[in-house]
Design a protein around this ligand. Structure first.
Ligand code: ZN
Length: 351
């Protein structure tokens, strides 16, 4: 039996962190401990059971993790330009190779079925889903999608917060509506069809509202946003409106609660002074609209400024304790911590 509050998580950027720290040669840091939110020692301390490990393509100016522009009372950071496909494929291959290196080192297991995920969670082995945050590395003919699928890719966001040949993401803007730009392109519809055929999960975090409705109308899968919060509580463009949440509920999909301060705080500022009660407000709001079976975690570890009450993966028990005190019973805790992710992945993957 898996411990009730072992956490399976919708999003982390640890592959990007290792990539920036020097690439495959820096993978050992994950085992012995490294700067940042997730490594093996911190995962063990916090009962972090694994999650979606994102391939993400940085652009030159983003290499420093500079969130200072998002500390202001309002901001509207221009959408970065599309990334060159040749650069993207090279970086995507390297980040996938980093994940496989971590598996080789015994740090985790790359899982492609929910049976494998469940087994890892029960044994206390870190479980990883290979995920792509933004489809920059996928060519118009989708050959790369087929190849990455064979390499274990089971989840993809058509866009990060920038345009791709498939659609457009929302900028980092506060306050604002997620209706910031165009929907899926013709190639974007092709991508959705192919993902449906291969049963690759489509992640709607970062996509424009129009893109969201395009996927909602055409995808045969449950709608999933791996790391987004409630717009009704924090009106950031990265968060989901109640209408979007209702569509996710109708499709029997789910949302992972994002720990990024800017998407939690009512004032949208990326500063780590966030009481745990503010996180509980997002959980409560999502639970109200989505129901108990459609909410989970989407930490954004190693990709955001997170509440100092948590700090990193080793601090997760502070949150689970606050959730229990808030009145969430053990059945609900298990659902939020991992069971709901397993449920929606089983529906999506069929295995
Ligand atoms: Zn993200």
């Amino acid at each position: 039996m898996t411990p009730n509050t072992r956490i399976f998580d919708g999003h982390n950027d640890v592959l990007t962190r290792i990539f920036k720290a020097g690439g495959i040669g820096a993978a050992d840091g994950f085992i012995i401990g490294q700067d940042g939110h997730i490594d093996l020692p911190k995962a063990r301390m916090g009962d972090f059971g694994g999650g979606f490990f994102a391939i993400w393509i940085p652009t030159a100016e983003e290499l420093d993790d500079d969130f200072s522009a998002m500390e202001s009372e309002q901001y509207d950071i221009p959408l970065p330009e599309a990334v060159d496909a040749t650069d993207a494929i090279q970086i995507a291959l390297e980040q996938a190779a980093i994940l496989f290196r971590l598996e080789e080192l015994g740090a985790l297991k790359v899982c492609v079925t929910t049976a494998e995920l469940r087994d890892c969670l029960e044994r206390g082995k870190l479980a990883a889903i290979l995920h792509m945050e933004g489809a920059e590395a996928i060519d118009p003919e989708l050959h790369a999608l087929d190849v990455f699928y064979r390499a274990g890719l089971r989840s993809i966001g058509p866009v990060w917060s920038r345009p791709t040949i498939f659609g457009e993401g929302v900028p980092f803007r506060y306050p604002g509506s997620p209706d910031t730009g165009g929907g899926l392109t013709e190639l974007g519809f092709d991508l959705v069809r192919r993902c449906n055929a291969l049963r690759i999960m489509i992640d709607l975090s970062h996509i424009t509202e129009r893109g969201f409705w395009d996927v909602a109308e055409h995808s045969t899968q449950p709608l999933v946003a791996t790391h987004s919060n409630a717009h009704a509580i924090c009106p950031h463009v990265r968060n989901l409106t109640d209408r979007q949440l209702e569509a996710i509920a109708q499709s029997d999909g789910m949302v992972g609660v994002n720990f990024a301060a800017a998407f939690l705080r009512e004032d949208g500022r990326m500063i780590d002074d966030v009481p745990l009660e503010q996180m509980l407000r997002h959980f409560d709001h999502l639970l109200n609209i989505l129901g108990e079976d459609r909410v989970g975690f989407g930490t954004d570890f190693d990709g955001a400024v997170v509440p100092k009450a948590i700090t990193d993966a080793s601090g997760l028990p502070a949150l689970t304790e606050a959730m229990r005190k808030h009145g969430y019973d053990e059945v609900l805790m298990t659902k939020l911590c991992h069971r709901n992710w397993l449920r929606v992945l089983q529906k999506t993957w069929g295995a």
